[in-house]
Design a protein around this ligand. Sequence first.
Ligand code: AMP
Length: 292
Amino acid sequence: MQRREGIAETRSTIARLRSATDTADKRPAIGLVPTMGNLHEGHLKLVAACLKQCQHAVVSIYVNPLQFGPNEDFGSYPRTLDADLEKLQDAGASLVFIPQDAELYPEGRDNQTRIHVPGISDILCGASRPGHFDGVATIVLKLFNIVQPDRAFFGRKDFQQLQVLRTMARQLNLPIELVGVPTQRADDGLALSSRNQYLTPAERERAPALYATLQALGERLQAGERDFQGLVSKGRQLLEQAGMRPDYVEIRNPETLQPPAEADQAFVLLCAAYLGKARLIDNLVVGTPETS
Ligand code: AMP
């Protein structure tokens, strides 16, 4: 390479060229972690994954009214902004985005264009919470357009949510990579969730039965059992024995969330159950799905 004014001298060896260009940060520039606040270790895991993979971690905090049903907990959802900001500062988040209703929905919520991802939005949690995933998909697409991230990070704890959003991203050709982050659990196995705060101390003691049930069914699937109906009935029975009211226990194909074929190599066990005032969800993947 010839020396010119303003250009650092590199003798023309491949190694020198590589070391000169390797100093550039090749990670994608912007990662987005959408949240509803009331942050716990699960959210912070998403931020850590985002910072590892991206140069900047943008975290949004917004309790999105569109995804709550009329009789759900929008009004009472825990809002802890000061504590959240402190946690995000400690976690090294680059920027916190706290949008306001008036700016997000200037023409009113009823006049808002909504995203509906057909099929996958209408089953499981979508069947119990009509319109929920339309609200989720709508706010996430708005956040994508506002923040314009290269990657976005979501918890696998909300397995159906992640698959709905992956479907949206694929079908709308979004130039954004969605990353699923493993579920952060308490020592006794309960998946961390803001809604765990609705549990009384006695209910909190019973709550690990949700994950224990999934593990029990998962072991039997792993061992080759394919009586899906029998396994699901057993799961409901275990949840009831633990004092929960099961909403659903299902074994599904992890990509489509449709009922599995016996020959499938991977499955996802999904459940939702009421315990006191809380509706808890959890899931367990058995085998290796193509995307995770
Ligand atoms: P939320 O604030 O509950 O809407 O959650 C924001 C993001 O954090 C979503 O992508 C969730 O899936 C994810 N998340 C919530 N709880 C956990 C957890 N225990 N482990 C990992 N990710 C989680």
